[in-house]
Design a protein around this ligand. Structure first.
Ligand code: G1P
Length: 289
């Protein structure tokens, strides 16, 4: 079977809570880059060509971040800061490859993805939740594209989480199979620990077939009264291949304060230019109060 290439990615950006009032959480920096930029770089490294942002708050901050800033570029040139200029230019998309649309009501992740339906059209696409930051030698989405090229259909990222945390995630029913990638038999959004079919959680990376929009079109609500992407995906399983990849890499939940702080420490320690000096400072660190 010929598989259509995955050319597009959708980034649901920004919730509706106070912290994201003007700046979406995806614009928060880990070390010196906003989360969304890590996500864009991961998608690019996986061969994605078109980038679709579904924003609610902070559209302006996002568009500005991925736009040229001529004054800044001129200032860098006049101060001879060539390396900084190149780094800045490397984040710029090719014109016409970035699109923005608005989710107008907080109806859930499924609804946010549905808002991108016309921009995606009738082809497979990826979704990245930028607050799931993944440090990996091979970018997580690239690992998933490799699975997609072998199996087709739909591919989601998964990892084992402590059983008591299943209610925070979409959870996979793998029928007890230990394979990797694992065939997905069913999906449940945020099950209580004693109801969860396994402890394999869905992490925010998806390769989906466009038929998912048919299910999202029905606007059925699920866990938390929201339109859940998990529920729409679950309906694809009967008709299409569906696999969960236990990816290689470390995932940081940047939607959570501790996870966000940990990501900053881990990404700083991993940097060639900062790691050694930062480790030295951290080593002697105590609560200054
Ligand atoms: C969303 C999805 C959930 C998934 C999680 C991964 O939940 O609904 O299935 O496991 O992302 O981070 P949220 O974090 O928006 O509650």
């Amino acid at each position: 079977m010929m598989k259509s290439p995955v050319r597009k990615v959708v980034f649901p950006v920004g919730g509706f809570l106070p912290v994201t009032k003007a700046v979406p959480k995806e614009m928060l920096p880990v070390v010196d880059k906003p989360l969304i930029q890590y996500a864009v770089e991961e998608a690019r490294a996986a061969g994605i060509e078109e980038f679709i942002f579904v924003t609610s708050a902070g559209k302006v901050a996002l568009e500005d971040h991925f736009d040229r800033h001529h004054q800044l570029e001129d200032a860098l040139v006049s101060r001879g800061k060539e390396a900084e200029l190149r780094a800045l230019q490397a984040t710029m998309p090719e014109e016409g490859r970035f699109s923005y649309t608005r989710q107008q009501q907080p109806l859930g992740l499924g609804h946010a993805v549905w808002c991108a339906r016309n921009l995606v059209g009738d082809e497979p696409f990826a979704v990245i939740l930028a607050d799931d930051l993944i440090m990996a030698d091979t970018p997580c989405l690239k690992q998933m594209i490799d699975v997609y090229e072998r199996h087709g259909g739909n591919v989601i990222a998964t990892m084992a989480v402590p059983q008591e945390q299943t209610a925070r995630y979409g959870v996979i029913d793998a029928g007890g199979v230990e394979a990797n990638p694992v065939p997905v038999r069913a999906l449940v959004e945020k099950p209580a620990p004693d109801q969860a079919p396994s402890n394999l959680a869905v992490i925010g990376r998806y390769i989906l077939q466009p038929e998912v929009f048919t299910h999202l079109d029905r606007k059925e609500t699920g866990a938390g009264g929201e339109i859940q992407l998990t529920d729409a995906m679950a309906k694809l399983i009967a008709d299409q291949p569906f696999h969960g990849l236990k990816f290689e890499g470390v995932r940081f939940d940047c939607g959570d304060k501790l996870g966000f702080l940990e990501a900053n420490v881990a990404f700083a320690l991993a940097r060639d230019d900062l790691g050694a000096a930062f480790a030295e400072r951290l080593g002697g660190y105590t609560n200054p109060r």
